[in-house]
Ligand binder design. Structure first.
Ligand SMILES: [Zn+2]
Length: 94
């Protein structure tokens, strides 16, 4: 069952229920899936790529590099989702 799934905190070794947002043992915050920084990285790469292609188009044709960059970004997001599907991050502040 998905609800019974647990994950062990790497900082204090407490077993935490899957989808909990805070570790009960050490108060570390838990993040699931793709880290936001990866989306920003993908966005940056695609924006740069779109800008690069944009040099070769003008006027209404600028929609072409825009669409290519957008499609590349959508693909990267999907790809990141696949890679990070089972990733869990524990982060303790202070
Ligand atoms: Zn912990």
């Amino acid at each position: 069952m998905e609800d019974q799934k647990t994950v062990t905190c790497p900082l204090c070794f407490t077993k935490v229920r899957w989808r909990s947002v805070v570790c009960l043992g050490c108060q570390a915050t838990i993040e699931y899936g793709v880290p936001a920084s990866r989306y920003w990285l993908a966005f940056g790469v695609c924006a740069y790529f779109g800008g690069f292609l944009g040099q070769y188009f003008s006027g209404i044709f600028l929609i072409i590099p825009f669409l290519i960059a957008f499609a590349a970004f959508a693909y990267l997001c999907y790809w990141l989702g696949e890679i990070y599907a089972d990733r869990v991050y524990f982060q303790r502040y202070q």
